[in-house]
Design a binder for this molecule. Sequence first.
Ligand code: UDX
Length: 457
Amino acid sequence: MRRICVMGTGYVGLVSGACLADFGNAVVAVDIDETRVELLRSGEVPIYEPGLEELVDRNRESGRLSFSSDVAFAIQSSEIVFICVGTPSLPSGEVDMSFVHNAARTIGQYMEDFKIVVNKSTVPVGTGDEVEQIIRKVRPDADFDVVSNPEFLREGSAIDDFMHPDRVVIGAGSQRAMEAVVDVYRPLYQNDTPMVLTGIQSAEMIKYASNALLAAKISFINEIASVCEAYGADVTAVARGMGLDERIGPRNLFAGAGYGGSCFPKDVQGLAATARRGEVDAPLIEAIDTSNVRQRRRMVDKLHHLVGDFSNKTICLLGLSFKPDTDDIREAPALEMVASLIEAGATVKAYDPAAMEHSKQEHPDLICCEDPYTAAQDADAVVLMTEWNEFRNMDLPRLLDCAATNRFLDCRNIYDPHEMVRLGFEYVSVGRVSRSPGESDDTSSWMIPGRFSPIRT
Ligand code: UDX
């Protein structure tokens, strides 16, 4: 059992804190936002993440997890301090490091004995040195070690990702720090989770390089989708054919509306900025974001092509969050669609199982509806933006009845094009041939590539 302080109760801090407590450690989570701490103390979890509330409750009740705004006490009573604060993007694409720097200063200010300072926030390579210098400046005599332990969790499956990771990465500059942090993850290494033990800079790079490659895979398949459209190929079949090559793998090869969320856009830009700062020419890394921005725009253009001028049109959007199982709308492709439509004079009616409240705050003109059918009422087109499971089993004939036209834009390729056309939709998707009812397709009886496309994992 280690005594741990987690600084920051955002996504990474809260999930990590609760999971580390569940591993048997004593965790106190602190935040400069006192209202948030009060909320957490009163038993509320201000984040939509399946299973998190139960995990927080269980560990709070057992006494292993507590929340506090007394940062001094939390630091002084812990051996290991995890920095889990936000690292947003600056307009230049550089990473805003002010929260990490403030956390380092606070640690220097309050520490009284040996501390291990673990950076879990996603940060550019070189941050470990910066944190060390900041603490050293505040407390020249301090005894401490800095460690990098990046987090790879995905929203919507965060707890499972934390509890069953593909690997744990720990970068340290001393044996005592490495051993202590490895010990924190004892339940994982005892279960044979691969541990990557390396230097601080390498650990920092592993996180950025992994996210950039995952994002690049998505941008790559999105560009392949456009080429598929131009030549009559089906991107779902292409992705399956590619993904079966073990060197490529099937994951993150789903063409769609472009990636969003709090990580990929920011981290890809952050890595490009880091390369520039190091005077490294990195055209491939620079292109990932450009390609993603174009993909989002391409969805707006597809809709334009389908319905014509947006002014005075009513558009139904299904899904607003940047991906299913979250209420997070940061960098969500759906919001770019909303903005373009509203700006061009369209009425936008939307339904999302979790993200309507946040979206309405950002776009007060958005009309939020109680279900997909109400949203589709009198719509000139239905646009599927996020592949929530409940959209996979909709009553499609009913949806068609509600809408004013039969136009359907599926930005996530979740429906079978042949089935949609058979039901009477004019169906457009991403990287697959678009068809209208009545258009013949003599291969449909014996070849349905979409049916054998990989299952999203
Ligand atoms: C990501 C990384 O996966 C995780 O390791 C890191 O710690 C944080 O960033 P997250 O942003 O929660 O996690 O979501 P993820 O499931 O990776 O999806 C990111 C975006 O890519 C979503 O907008 C999703 O719709 C999109 N995506 C994903 C695709 O368009 N196609 C795919 O094949 C996979």
